[in-house]
Design a protein around this ligand. Structure first.
Ligand code: NAD
Ligand code: ZN
Ligand code: ZN
Length: 385
């Protein structure tokens, strides 16, 4: 089959690879009909999340069940499904406690970036390096889905791929960021980053009763997109003092909730090692610091952006003084997906309005380039195998 293969930082190409096959009785093989590139994939592309071996990319995908392992009960050949990005067994301590991205049984490898064993087993994700279990991803014609009775959800035929695809990751991810803040109604929600995850958090904020939603991003074309599809207020940190502006909008108090939908942005150098050093003056660590400044006392900061290294000068004094609640982590997609499928079915939310590029999978390298470098006003790339 053909697939998008990571070779080394900066190099993802469309290659001929071996077909996946059923490896455990609970597996299915999916024929992928649509797959998307995620901001998290860019961390692998940059080398910030390291991978030594070649690997098939992709954790946002859906398709048609092609082959079914002998133990699978809930799916049959021909079913059309979306597949949540965390791989989970469905019966361990963490799966039973609503924390499926911490599943104890899915990540068999559990070694860290330097080949050293991690202190505890952790999440497994599709197409997300040996650190996360070493599974092949779904930016491919076919993909093996383990524990197929647990996560995949059947999608009715009258919902398009484009409306269903983001149920795999970014809509539940944006939803988590808001759900973690437990809105009561009327809150001011400031969302830093207006990429795909930020756009989904904006939708989730409205659906959860926010009174005002503010999008912050240095890219005007992404702010315009946010305004057009989600009717939010917009702030460009290159043009205004965002903290001051948010305080002005909230009677000096600050936003009830701040969401970091930006994450780790290492200085990159594809030829050399990625410099994973971070400081408060550069990139997105600055965003996190802005969240702590912009949030009101006893407010919530939801960190959906991925962070990949420890850092100094963490503003514990401010977090303590303001009594800020912080929530962070891989989105527990399984906690929300059934409710979110209902919202899509009932047409209470439109998800496909963030797609700017639909490309054949053969053009995956171009897709990564425009999404990474923010060219061609790219917001979200969908690939068709
Ligand atoms: P993206 O790169 O398309 O979007 C990031 C946005 O942040 C861009 O629009 C960029 O212009 C903006 N940005 C950069 N610097 C900024 C600043 N100083 N202030 C405000 N905005 C700034 O990526 P995405 O697909 O939207 O993903 C965003 C983050 O969410 C990534 O770190 C990704 O890994 C993470 N993510 C996490 C989960 C999870 O489960 N926690 C799931 C999916 C994605
Ligand atoms: Zn993702
Ligand atoms: Zn489990």
């Amino acid at each position: 089959m053909k697939a998008a293969v990571f070779h080394k930082p900066g190099q993802i190409t469309y290659d001929q690879v071996a077909d996946p096959r059923i490896e455990a009785a609970g597996d299915v093989i999916l024929r992928v009909t649509s797959t998307a590139i995620c901001g998290s994939d860019l961390h692998i592309l940059s080398g910030a999340v390291p991978q030594k071996e070649e690997m098939i990319m992709g954790h946002e995908f859906m398709g048609i069940v092609e082959e079914v392992g002998p133990a699978v009960r809930n799916l049959k050949r021909g079913d059309r499904v979306v597949v949540p990005f965390p791989i989970s067994c469905g019966h361990c301590f963490f799966c039973n406690h609503g924390a499926s991205p911490s599943c104890e049984n899915s990540n068999y490898k559990h070694y860290g970036p330097n080949g050293d064993l991690m202190d505890q087993k952790g999440a497994a994700l599709f197409g997300y390096t040996d650190l996360y279990g070493g599974y092949s991803g779904g930016q491919a014609e076919y993909v093996r889905v383990p524990y197929a009775d647990i996560s995949p959800r059947i999608i009715p035929d009258n919902i398009t791929d484009e409306q269903a695809l983001f149920l795999t990751d970014i809509f539940p991810t944006g939803w988590s960021a808001i759900d973690w803040a437990q809105l009561k109604g009327g809150e001011v929600v400031a969302i830093f980053g207006s990429g795909p995850v930020g756009l989904m958090a904006q939708k989730a904020a409205w659906l959860n009763g926010a009174g005002r939603v503010i999008a912050i991003d240095p890219l005007d074309y992404r702010l315009e997109k946010a305004k057009a599809v989600n009717k939010v207020d917009i702030l460009n940190p290159h043009k205004v003092d965002v903290i001051e502006a948010i305080r002005e909008m909230t009677g000096g108090r600050g936003a009830d909730v701040c969401v970091d939908a930006v994450g780790f942005e290492p200085e990159r150098n594809f030829l050399d090692k990625v410099k994973a050093t971070v400081n408060f003056e550069k990139g997105s660590i600055k965003v996190l610091d802005m969240c702590f400044k912009a949030v009101r006392r006893s407010g919530t900061v939801s960190i959906m952006g991925v962070y990949g290294s420890p850092y100094d000068n963490f503003p514990l004094h401010r977090i303590f003084d303001k009594g800020i609640t912080i929530k962070q982590g891989q989105a527990p997609v399984l906690n929300y997906i059934d409710k979110l499928i209902e919202l899509v079915k009932e047409e209470k939310v439109v998800l496909d309005d963030i797609i700017t590029h639909t490309l054949p999978l053969s053009e995956v390298a171009h897709g990564y380039q425009i999404f990474d470098e923010k060219q061609e006003d790219c917001v979200k790339v969908v690939l068709k195998p």
